[in-house]
Design a protein around this ligand. Structure first.
Ligand SMILES: CC(=O)N[C@H]1[C@@H](OP(=O)(O)O)O[C@H](CO)[C@@H](O)[C@@H]1O
Ligand SMILES: [Mg+2]
Length: 548
């Protein structure tokens, strides 16, 4: 189609996906997210934008319709760049401009991007689309597809997939299959084969040890684990709870609920000491937990996962005699005990970045092996090309002695089980299960590697959360005036205490984090810091109440 006619078509189609006048949304920590009723125009426009991005990069781009851990009524959209990573920041800016342009200015906003990025409109474009199980996701993903078609792109609709599965498809497609086959079956085969090979190194694993309870958050993860189950054969026996047949998505279940509330999800049958895990609503996060004989709940969050994985990798590197630099990337939410253990006992490099996987991912790319996890369980491992080559070479070298060869093969299968494009609950689960089996480690032993400092996360409602500006990987507030000083004074009252506040990028709240020697101190400090935020940063509604 000729360019002018193309724009006419965009205009015509756009009028079928009109923007409510005055509505302003931001591309936040992980894409746009709000009540599903407000998103039709955003989806259509993200279809347009993904097509432009595809033309620009001459590669396939992904669009995932999901609001992850948010309530069922919400929805959202995430854009995926050619290597399967999150879309680059400059284009997040375009996304915001395009989504917020009033109906009559939409075409101008679109042309603006085309001009700024000197996009050749006759270039072919391909967009992969996926969605989660929310009621609103089907029609919203149709709006994305309409957007792609309107500007002359080709699309492939993967239907119901987890977010990390779609990231994987995009990476496979753009690497001509080197990363794997761009199908859901290809994904299951690659991961399950690597898992079976790893599990072969744990011949003494009993049936009890092979059992795992999975809380699927009543979302897409439950469906996808079920599809994969038979391929894991006898090496892993999974009981799936909250599979979406009865309960509501993310409601009193799922990784976010378990992490923030520090308690088990509803809808799960847990025996004492049994290993359990929870996914979030789009299956890119995972946390583990168990209940001990005194009914005490034990959470193994992203920090514990990062510690387990990096310990395993470090041991294998030593056994293989490979000199590769390994680092762990965390955010300010990482428990102080985990950072202390990683730095001082394990002696690995630790980096702290701003919240949001894109920041962690970027930092992890600077090392031979970068293990990154947010405390909430979102994370993965990145291997540099050079690291992968060294592992490959050693595994294939006929002169390698047995111990080194075994370690190299384990490393090779570890590379294959990991979804390096983004945090992936299914892939992380399989890796963790394999590590525990190989090391002959129980969930209790894993938990005992270090003891978490008691901590608390709270939310405070303010008029405009943008009044809070932070620095030092969000650990210190620069504005409003007096806030950081107030926090510093409060923190000094408690032993081993730490606290910071930051505006959320996914919800209209300010988040408060505290940790201290005791839970009482962490809770009291959290309340006091919440009050400081409320008073100094324009709190709305009732004053924050004490937790006890
Ligand atoms: C404290 C916390 O868990 N924050 C989450 C949450 O971001 P906020 O910007 O804090 O709303 O959602 C993000 C997207 O899922 C995730 O990357 C991040 O870790
Ligand atoms: Mg998620």
């Amino acid at each position: 189609m000729e360019v002018m006619a193309q724009f006419q078509e965009v205009l015509k189609q756009s009028s079928l996906h009109p923007k409510p006048a005055g509505l302003v949304l931001q591309y936040g920590t992980a894409g746009f997210r709000t009540n599903a009723k407000q998103l039709d125009h955003v989806m259509f426009r993200m279809g347009l934008l993904a097509t432009l991005r595809s033309k620009k990069t001459k590669a396939t781009i992904g669009v995932m319709v999901t609001a992850s851990h948010n309530p069922e009524e919400d929805n959202g959209v995430k854009l995926i760049d050619p290597m399967g990573e999150m879309v680059t920041p400059a284009w997040e800016g375009y996304a915001t401009q395009l989504a917020n342009a009033e109906q009559e200015d939409m075409l101008t906003a679109l042309k603006d991007i085309i001009e700024k990025e000197t996009i050749n409109m006759s270039q072919e474009a391909n967009v992969f689309v996926g969605r989660d199980t929310r009621c609103s996701s089907l029609s919203l993903s149709q709006a994305v597809l309409d957007g792609v078609t309107a500007v002359g792109g080709h699309s492939k609709d993967y239907g119901l997939v987890t977010t990390p599965q779609l990231h994987y498809m995009v990476c496979c497609q753009n690497t001509e299959g080197k990363y794997g086959e761009a199908t859901v079956e290809g994904y299951y085969n690659k991961l399950s084969q690597a898992f079976i090979r790893l599990a072969k190194n744990a011949p003494n694993c009993t049936d009890d040890q092979k059992h795992l309870c999975v809380d699927g958050a009543n979302g897409i993860g439950a469906l996808k684990v079920r599809e994969m189950e038979s391929l894991l054969k006898t090496e892993l026996q999974i009981s799936i709870f909250n599979d979406g047949t009865k309960g509501k998505l993310n409601y009193q279940c799922g990784a976010d609920f378990v992490k923030v509330q520090q308690k088990p999800p509803t809808g799960i049958l847990m025996n004492t000491g049994e290993r359990c895990c929870s996914f979030d609503g789009d299956a890119d996060r995972i946390v583990y937990y168990y209940v001990d004989s005194e009914e005490q709940f034990h959470l193994l969050d992203g920090d514990k996962i990062a510690t387990l994985i990096s310990t395993f990798l470090k041991e294998l590197l030593t056994q293989a005699g490979l000199d590769l630099k390994i680092a762990v990337v965390q955010t300010a939410y990482a428990n102080g005990s985990s950072t202390d253990y990683l730095e001082n006992t394990m002696k690995v490099i630790v980096r702290c970045t701003k919240t949001g996987v894109k920041h962690l991912h970027h930092a992890a790319q600077e090392f031979d092996i970068g293990v990154y996890f947010e405390a909430n369980g979102h994370g993965t491992v990145l291997f540099s090309k050079a690291a992968e080559q060294k592992i490959q070479q050693l595994a294939n070298d006929p002169n390698t002695d047995d111990e080194r060869k075994r370690a190299a093969l384990l490393l090779q299968n570890t590379v294959n089980i990991i979804n390096q494009t983004v945090g992936d609950a299914i892939s992380d689960m399989l890796l963790i299960e394999a590590i525990l089996a190989i090391k002959g480690m129980t969930v209790q032993q894993w938990d005992a590697i270090y003891t978490d400092l008691p901590n608390r996360q709270l939310k405070v409602k303010v008029l405009d959360r943008r009044v809070i500006d932070t620095t030092d990987a969000e650990r210190r507030a620069l504005s409003p005036p007096g806030l950081q000083e107030a926090i510093d004074t409060l923190v000094k009252k408690y032993r081993k205490a730490r606290s910071f506040v930051r505006p959320s990028g996914t919800e209209d709240v300010v988040r408060v984090y505290t940790e201290a020697e005791t839970q009482e101190s962490a809770d009291a400090l959290a309340h006091e810091v919440s009050l400081a935020v409320y008073r100094l940063a324009g709190g709305v509604g009732d004053e924050p109440k004490s937790l006890h």
